[in-house]
Each structure stands twice: as structure tokens, then as C-alpha cells.
Design a protein around this ligand. Sequence first.
Ligand SMILES: [Zn+2]
Length: 441
Amino acid sequence: MLITHAQLATLGAAPCLIDDGALLIEADCIAAVGTTAELTARYPAAERWDAAGQLVLPAAICAHTHFYGAFARGMAIPGEPATNFPEILERLWWRLDKALTPEDVRYSALVCLVDAVRHGTTTLIDHHASPNAIDGSLDVIAEAAQQAGIRACLCYEVTDRDGLQRAQAGIAENIRFAKSNIQHPKIASSFGLHASLTLSDETLSDCLAAANDLGLGFHIHVAEDHADQEDSLRKSGKRVIHRLGDAGILGPRTIAAHCVHVSEGEIGRLAATGTWVTHQPRSNMNNAVGVAPVEAMLHAGVNVGLGNDGFSNQMFAEMKAAYLVHKLAQHDPRAMPGDLVIQLAYAHNARLAQAFWPDLRLGELSAGAAADLVLLDYQPVTPLTAGNLPWHLLFGLEASAITATVCAGQVLVRDRRLLTLDEEAITARSRELAALAWKRI
Ligand SMILES: [Zn+2]
């Protein structure tokens, strides 16, 4: 497939903007990038797709999400409004996740995947919880992801909050899934842990033994709120990064989501262990937990990516939030510059994806990279260059401009039409199931 007459924003190590550009897709990879004149001469027999001047960007990557959270939209939470983060967990999330049946898990994932595919996010790292439907839940999500045609890294969150039996069931689900699912190229696994505040030393050590056997890293919420630090100090006398580090949980294939409340010493430990931190500014603002010291972490050499924590899979919206919140929090318009936001969202997230798919090159349009890309109907009102692309992205581009999504060479959306998922049927069933789940809550 030869995409012609496109404006290509390549990103990658040598970002450039190619006017009247063309891009050859062979199987699941980009085989060549150049001008339309060059590539049509070189590949005269290739099937053509005329982009008619549309902007082409690499598809987005989400470093931390929760497909299981979709039914929370518009849900009335019983009782008084939560006043802090632990209450948000107890009153909303730990009620919702217990209400989920296997069919709910499937449809909750499918509605998130409709959103992801439509809005050009083709690689998602998910963190799942359904305490009354643990066994097999990751297979259900993997089937939905395969149906959608995107890439997903899945895990089940182990926690002691629902007793020993469910903690062990969570461990078993991570093990079972990781063993059963090594064959599918778009599906990967990690080992899920809820957060230090709901995990005992014994459970952490069981998880470490199991993950080491399988060669897996962990995916865990870390220092999202003060409560996680206070709990860790109470339990162990250590701050949470040190508690997890001493338990063997950190490392280059571990994701520590949030890290809003981390000390200089903890930042040093994250850097020294090569642990990934993911930043979710929309969620942090919504939960009023604080602003993660992202630039300090980057400065110290910590790997930081960008996730959405179950907010919409329109990653442009998350990028905008990241761009804005640090300026407000620091009273400094120089904080979190636009090019840094784009680096987190594309280059860093692409590097994080390699922790799960080592041979995969994402986040750039170049020969040999994965054919994961989007077409956008964008008419810039000022000159667009490779250098100022981040600010067009932050101030001009909306995910609604996406007209086509391609993942691993497979066209998932074309002319704004979803080709792999039936949005009408999925949302209709999701509304029915969500209403029933709300009744159970
Ligand atoms: Zn999360």
C-alpha cells in the first residue's frame, strides 16, 4: 500500500515534514518514506491510497490505562462526595470493579477500544481489576484488543484489599495469561500490582517469585497520593519507592504509574533502576492528588512516559493537559515546553513499548518502523514546520481531525469509518450492561 499526496510529519530521531509525501507499507512495517514523485516512480505497481493533502503522524501510544473503568462515566456514586483519594478508591473504583462480570469486562474494553481506534491510539498498556471475575479476564480483554486490531500489554492488578484468596487468584491470572499468550504478536503481558498501600510484604514476595519465573516486569500505581507514602512508612519505615525497590519490584520493565509524591532520594532510585514512570495529568487533576515532578525526574535520568489512567484515549488531550498543568503549578510559563511533551508522548512511549515488544519501532514514520499511523484532516492557519509541529499539535490539532488509523499495516479506520468494530452495537450493549452494573453497586 502506497500512501501518496500526504504531508508527513515523521517525528523520530531526525524529524522532518515532507510536503506531498508518500509512505510505502509492506506487511506490518513502513518500507519507504519519501516524496510522492519519488515513491510512485520507485513502486509503480503498489496499490495507492491518495491522502489528498492530509497530515500523517505516527499513531499514539498510551503508557497506562484502565479499560475496566469505562462504566464509571456518568455514574452516581452513592453517599457523600469523596473528600480525598482513598475515599475515591473506596467509594467509586472498588465498588465498580467488584460489580464487573466477564461480559462487562469485554464491553468496557470494547468501548475504550472504539475510542482508541477512532482517535488514533494503537498501543495501550492496560491495568485490569475485576475482583469477582478474575480468572480468564485477561483473555477476554485480549480478544477484544485483537478484534479491534490494536496492540495491548495486559496485566491483572494483584491486591490484598479483597483477602488472600483473591490476591492469589490475581497472581494466578497474571501467570496463566503470560504463559498462554506469548504467541500473539500484538498482545504482551506484564505483572500487575495495585499499589503498595494494598499489598503486604508476603504478597509482594509471592509476586516477585512468579514474575521472575516468567521474566516479567511489574505495572503498579506508585505514590499517586500522600496516602501511599504514609502507609508505606507505617508498614515498613521506608518511603514507597524504597519499599518496592527492596522488594525487587523496580527495574527497566517495571511501570510505576504516577509518582506524584516522590522525594529526591526516590527519584534517584527510579533512575538507578531504569524503572519507568508514567504521567497522567488529567487523572491527577481530577483526583486532586498533586502534580508529578516530571521535569525533575527527567533531569535525574528517569524514564517517563505518558498515559491516560482510563481517561479518553484521545492522547492529544492528555498532551494538552501535560503542557498546561506544570505551568500553572509552578507559576512558570517555561515549565514543560511543548517539544518535551511530544517527546514523552512519542519517543519515550515508543521506548517503553520496547520493554514489551523488543523488536518494535513505534512513534516515528521511517523505513523499518511499524506501520502504525494516522491521517488527519488539518488545515494549518499558520506555517507548519517540523520545528513548530509540537505547538500545532498542542494548540491546533484535535483527535476529531483523525480520518484514518492504521496499526501494523492493518487499516482500522478509513474515511472516519471503523472497519474492525461495530460502534453502534458495542455502545448499545455497553449502555445496557452499565445500567445493570450501576444497579448492583
Ligand atoms: Zn491507574
